[in-house]
Design a protein around this ligand. Structure first.
Ligand code: HEM
Length: 91
């Protein structure tokens, strides 16, 4: 299966491991704005460079939204769907 984290690590020899975007425990802590922010600013001292100059603002937002969908958490998504359907009936 495709693993974005691993793909990113190719050619990256700066020590820190890239974030595993499939890890629900990590992704639970990251807002879409936080993802956008890291893509924009990078993380100093790691292989995670700033993409502010190579990608447009819209492209960085698009990436942030995309990354937020990679999390491997079908149980959570299903639970969310049930809440959605319940709330839909109330209003
Ligand atoms: C378009 C390509 C990339 C995108 C969209 C991207 C996105 C991100 C995001 C959103 C984070 C923060 C996640 C968090 O806070 O846990 C992150 C972290 C990181 N990325 Fe990337 N990344 C890209 C390419 C790369 C590449 C090419 C490398 C290595 C050469 C890299 C290395 C890292 C590392 C080491 C971290 C963790 C930094 C830390 O210690 O907090 N990334 N990346």
């Amino acid at each position: 299966m495709e693993q974005p984290g691993r793909e990113m690590a190719n050619g990256c020899h700066l020590g820190a491991s890239p974030t595993n975007f499939r890890d629900a425990n990590r992704m639970d802590q990251l807002s879409i704005f936080a993802l956008y922010n890291t893509v924009t600013l990078g993380v100093e001292g790691t292989g995670m460079v700033s993409y502010a100059k190579t990608l447009t603002d819209a492209e960085r937002w698009n990436l942030a939204f995309y990354i937020s969908t990679l999390v491997d958490s079908p149980k959570q998504v299903n639970a969310g769907k049930m809440v959605w359907n319940r709330v839909k009936q109330i209003f």
